[in-house]
Write a protein that binds this ligand. Structure first.
Ligand code: ADP
Ligand code: MG
Length: 342
């Protein structure tokens, strides 16, 4: 993993100054490298080692099914059978693919889980990432196509119709995983907790002091963990960011980030540098963050409006911060080199 990504991940900020457990109940935390990132779960009240263990075991299971970067995963079997035949998958993988395709439909293909051939071609986030050839990009683009994914809801099978097609769930699987951790914490009688899956934050339960959680919005130009503003959220809530700083490489002084434009086959260039979504479900928030990033400011705003109860903080390359309606009540800007766009 490139250092840039590691730093950004380690710095994903839940501003935890006021969230101490009672003296008898010290926070219980564990951190592991999973799902291509650093995953940290911190129990602040309730729960025990077994609950933490169960949460990480579930993350490992999800990774084994949904990762497009590991060999032998269930998703890899679907990809290997492209053009050959349907593959029976687990209920959870089916659910994630189905939801990813729904986001693809809703975003008109700006978000598209069949982006796999392009992701593989660019290899952004891996040490040997480089700008691919024009011909390579053109060829990969022909292998995209959400309409060529055949789902059978009864048999729970997935079939990629054309050889060379590849699903990539990197934009949404961590979001699903966050909701799964929340479910396990709830079943394990945890009172309050913070789940951080590589910057996908989920606050769980009520803070002991009854005050809202404070979650930092990362400065997209700085991977040192500086935050530009604070989100105040109540109870169980997901705060998920898609940003240019998450995974990128540089070549000839130009930065190439990891959210790809499904029409040009290149990193999205629309002036947006990060999109943070606040939503009750991290599955939704993750799907939305990548969709809104890819759609751009105007269409992105319209997109968020279609999902009641969700908020977005969008930052552009001129340090302008755009808040969707209602978001100003939960967001406080703290870095004055940024300004809120009216
Ligand atoms: P992160 O992985 O940093 O949490 P995102 O949720 O925004 O960020 O997902 C980005 C990942 O999604 C990429 O690394 C890639 O695997 C995949 N991806 C890239 N472009 C698209 C796209 N247009 N639609 C869907 N998935 C994409
Ligand atoms: Mg996402």
């Amino acid at each position: 993993m490139p250092a840039s990504r590691l730093t950004a991940l380690l710095c994903a900020a839940v501003l935890c100054g006021a969230c101490a457990r009672p003296a008898a109940e010290q926070p219980m935390t564990d951190s592991r490298y999973m799902l291509g990132t650093v995953c940290t779960i911190t129990l602040l009240s309730g729960g025990n080692d077994a609950v933490l263990g169960a949460a990480f075991a579930r993350l490992a299971e999800i990774e084994g099914r949904m990762s497009a970067n590991k060999t032998g995963t269930m998703l890899e079997k679907v990809n290997e059978a492209a053009g050959k035949g349907p593959v029976a998958v687990s209920e959870d993988l089916y659910t994630v693919i189905e939801r990813a395709l729904a986001f693809a439909e809703a975003s008109g293909g700006a978000f598209d889980p069949t982006v796999g051939p392009l992701v593989k071609l660019w290899e952004i986030g891996f040490d040997d990432a480089k700008v691919p050839s024009e011909a390579g990009i053109r060829n990969a683009l022909t292998l995209l196509g959400r309409k060529d994914v055949v789902l059978d809801g009864k048999a729970k099978t997935v079939f990629l119709k054309r050889p060379g097609m590849r699903l990539d769930l990197g934009a949404i699987a961590k979001g699903y995983a966050g909701d799964e951790v929340v479910r396990i914490l709830g079943e394990g009688k945890v009172g309050s907790a913070i789940v951080d899956l590589g910057g996908n934050i989920v606050t769980f339960g009520k803070k002991a002091d009854g005050k809202p959680w404070r979650v930092g919005v990362q400065n997209p130009f700085d991977s040192r963990g500086d935050y530009i503003g604070i989100l105040k959220v109540d109870g169980t809530m997901a705060v998920v960011t898609s940003g240019v700083y998450e995974r990128f490489f540089e070549e000839n002084g130009k930065r190439y980030h990891h959210i790809l434009d499904t029409t040009t086959g290149r990193p999205v260039e629309n002036g947006i540098v990060s999109v943070t979504i606040i939503a009750p479900s991290s599955f939704d928030a993750d799907g939305l963050s990548t969709s809104v990033f890819a759609l751009g400011l105007g269409k992105g705003f319209e997109f968020v409006a279609r999902y009641p109860g969700m908020h977005a903080v969008i930052i552009d390359s001129n340090s302008r911060v755009y808040l969707t309606p209602g978001t100003s009540t939960v967001f406080q800007l703290v870095d004055t080199s940024f300004s809120i766009a009216e």
